[in-house]
Design a protein around this ligand. Sequence first.
Ligand code: URA
Length: 202
Amino acid sequence: PEKAVAAMARQAPESLAELNRLIQRSEPLVPGATQAVLGEGPEGAAIAIVGEQPGDQEDREGRPFVGPAGQLLTAALEEAGIDRGGLYLTNAVKHFKFVQRGKRRIHQSPTAGEVKHYRWWLMTELGFVRPRLVVTLGATAALALTGRPVAVLRERGPMAFDGWNGFVTVHPSYLLRLPGEEERRRAQAEFVADLRRASALA
Ligand code: URA
């Protein structure tokens, strides 16, 4: 991976479009993904939202946050009064990683080493987008931006990332996994409150 990072840096893309071509042409670190899922949204967006990695549906469609977690995110943004189209949405890792169980492809979280491998791309991408605020969803994205393990439930809120004003919150897939209806509703309300608070900081 270190060698791969050095090789990518030598490619020094001069635009987001050029960076995206490099990402599209790259092999997944772990084989299996259909395609790289690129970031989406306007350059110069005030807020960039960074997720973990594309899921099953994102891998098929080639767009970030279109599956169940993405739909929850979209609904939460709407509830917080934030226009999804005005945001830049991307992921710490650009390829879906999974294990096959029968017909189902079960998501596997990226390792710290995999996050590090993809980090140069993410940082270069954010350098082109230049958001005023970077919002991380969940532990993987927070790790990508800080370089350390982050306990998102304890540390949620504003956080200075290296070179960026940041905001840490939970991942929507965590909200989908909460067992009780009541608990899920409360956690979703807290997520919406986080998005509102982040938006006020941008
Ligand atoms: N979860 C993520 O972190 N990113 C996506 O694009 C979809 C689901």
